[in-house]
Design a protein around this ligand. Sequence first.
Ligand code: LLP
Length: 427
Amino acid sequence: MQHTATLAAGDTLHPDALFDGVDLRRLAERIPTPFHAYSANAIRARIAGLQDALHGLDATLCYAIKANSNVAILQLMAEAGVGADIVSSGELWRALHAGIPAERIVFSGVGKTAGEIAEALAAGIQRFNLESADELDMLQTLAEELGTTARAAVRINPDVDAQTHAKISTGKAENKFGVSIDEARRWFAGSARFPNVRLDGLHVHIGSQILSVEPFRLALARVAAFWRELENAGHAIASIDVGGGLGVRYREGQAPIAPADYGQAIRDALAGFRGRILLEPGRYLVAEAGVLLTRVVRVKQGERRRFLVLDAAMNDLLRPSLYDAWHDIVALVGEPRPRHRYDVVGPVCETGDTFAVDRELPELRAGDLVLIRTTGAYGAAMASTYNSRPLAAEVLLDSGRHAIVRRRQSFEEMVAGEQPARDWETA
Ligand code: LLP
């Protein structure tokens, strides 16, 4: 039986509305709020859609684990043959633990430590995306020590404006990421000095939540021109990693890039390239597949504004506080109700603990169920226990069934590792 993986538009949900075949109101009677729910079929559909758009190319998806690193989500990726883009030892451990093979893992990030590089070398990952000359030196030293040869790409900073939020823009010259084409050119010219590093890849990632194909075209054109220049100079390029960044729909009217258009931009830019194309999508694969379920604790009429106080907070979903991000909010109430404007807030002791300002919603009361949409990416992954609020549960939905894939953290788990200062020592 085919179950719909998407939710109907609008700010109320019909009582029969299902998410991946699961009635969310009944689910919330079984599982205490707040909790994150993810549709397995929505994720599978996104993977398939992107793979379709790349049909005929030698392309590998390396899911950016940081978007949602729950082991169950990583297992879905592994089952679909998707690899991983990692940025820490923790992510390497998760990827391997979830069954993603090392040869489908790429390692990005400006601050890889010697320990992390050594672990990834020992695991035999596919390639390192290098972001500074110091890192190249470090990789050479460690690979030599281990008696191995590391495969590496240089991350190009193409100085392109991704036209996204400043905090998630990464491809401008003033950002900390990557190196200029001038510097990369010197790396290739001097590659004989790095006998244990096979520098034969290019990498670019210009930012996140990108809604126009133009910045991608611009960045890829610069990378492609450099690839052709390198080939002409005798440096064979085995892989070009085009990064992640594909945007998703957070609110009505937003028009994300169609996968086919994205695929076409890659085909156009890299025409004639015979190596492997790597992609690092994070948000695109999981964001719209996730919702955060929460209940109204109380409605508070303030001096100037009416507050809808939820049992979810900025510790469960940081994006509105950190980036002023819009997330649709849906009242899961069956019957029609008069409408009001609310500031939708959490219980955390900060004014920034606000999900939405002056949002029009049906009249809500304590105990009513509310859903926050498009929380599958950078939701649970960025959660904390601030205000000593345990990490929320996460639930995977799949064709009418559900499974808890992270149980709600207990207080004991929350303080695990903490202890009274007893065993004092001096260094
Ligand atoms: N590759 C690299 C090297 C990255 O740094 C990132 C994301 C990705 C791939 C995946 O990008 P995506 O396809 O998800 O756009 N917390 C922010 C987003 C930070 C993105 C960081 N890097 C947010 O909630 O909007």
